[in-house]
Write a protein that binds this ligand. Structure first.
Ligand code: URA
Length: 210
C-alpha cells in the first residue's frame, strides 16, 4: 500500500479552517471542494494518458491527453459527494460511479446500501473519494467491492486519516496494491470512532444532521 500525505501550506491552511467548529456549512462545503481539487492534483499523478500530436499557432508538437477508458471517480455516499465537484473540475472527462456505505453507529461495521458502478472494472483507473479514513472499515469495504469487480488500479483520496485506519486498510488489502492520498494524517481515533483532532462528522457538517 502506498500512502502519500499531501504536504502543502495551502492544503494545511484550508484544512485549518475546515477543522474549526465555527466554520459554517456553506464555507465548509466550498472548502471541501477546493481541498479536493488540490488533493486530486496529488492523486492523479499516475493517471493514464496517451500521446497526441497537436498544432500550436507556431508549430506541430507532441503532447498527451487523458484517453479511454476514462478514469472512474467513485465517491462514497454520503460525505464523498462533497468531494466530487472538486475532482470533476480537475478531470472533467472522468466518469462517475457511486457507492453507498454506511457505518453502523453501534458496531462501527460498514454496510453497502447502494451502488452504481460498471460490472467490469478490470481496465479502469478508479479514484475513490471518502473524506474521513477513520476506522478504515468503510474504505476497506469499498476497495474490496471494487477489487471484486476486477479493479486493479485503485487510488483512494481522503481529507483526513488516522494511523489505525491506515493499518486496518493495509491489513484488509493483504498485499494487494492501492494508493492512499491524505490531506493530513491525524493523531488517533477516539472511543466513538471519531478522528482526533479531526473535524467532526464530515457528512453532518456538509449536509446537516438529516
Ligand atoms: N466520520 C466522520 O465524519 N468523522 C470522523 O471523525 C470519523 C468518521
Amino acid at each position: 500500500m502506498r500512502v502519500h500525505v499531501a504536504d502543502h501550506p495551502l492544503i494545511t491552511h484550508k484544512l485549518t479552517v475546515l477543522r474549526d467548529k465555527n466554520t459554517p456549512s456553506p464555507v465548509f462545503r466550498s472548502l471541501t471542494e477546493e481541498l479536493m481539487t488540490l488533493l486530486a492534483y496529488e492523486g492523479t499523478r499516475n493517471v493514464r494518458v496517451e500521446p497526441v500530436t497537436i498544432q500550436t499557432p507556431v508549430a506541430e508538437t507532441e503532447g498527451v491527453r487523458i484517453g479511454d477508458p476514462k478514469p472512474l471517480i467513485v465517491p462514497i455516499l454520503r460525505a464523498g459527494l462533497g468531494m466530487l465537484e472538486g475532482m470533476v473540475k480537475l478531470v472533467p472527462t472522468a466518469e462517475v460511479g457511486f457507492l453507498g456505505m454506511a457505518r453502523d453507529e453501534e458496531t462501527l461495521e460498514p454496510t453497502t446500501y447502494a451502488e452504481r458502478l460498471p460490472e467490469d472494472l478490470s481496465d479502469r483507473q478508479c479514484f475513490v473519494l471518502d473524506p474521513m479514513l477513520a476506522t478504515g472499515g468503510s474504505l476497506a469495504a469499498a476497495i474490496e467491492f471494487l477489487f471484486a469487480r476486477g479493479a486493479k488500479d485503485i487510488t483512494a483520496i481522503c481529507i483526513l486519516g488516522t494511523p489505525e485506519g491506515l493499518e486496518a486498510v493495509e491489513t484488509a488489502m493483504a498485499g494487494r496494491e492501492v494508493t492512499i492520498v491524505l490531506g493530513a494524517l491525524d493523531e488517533r481515533l477516539n472511543e466513538h470512532g471519531y478522528i482526533v483532532p479531526g473535524l467532526g462528522d464530515a457528512g453532518d457538517r456538509l449536509y446537516g444532521t438529516v
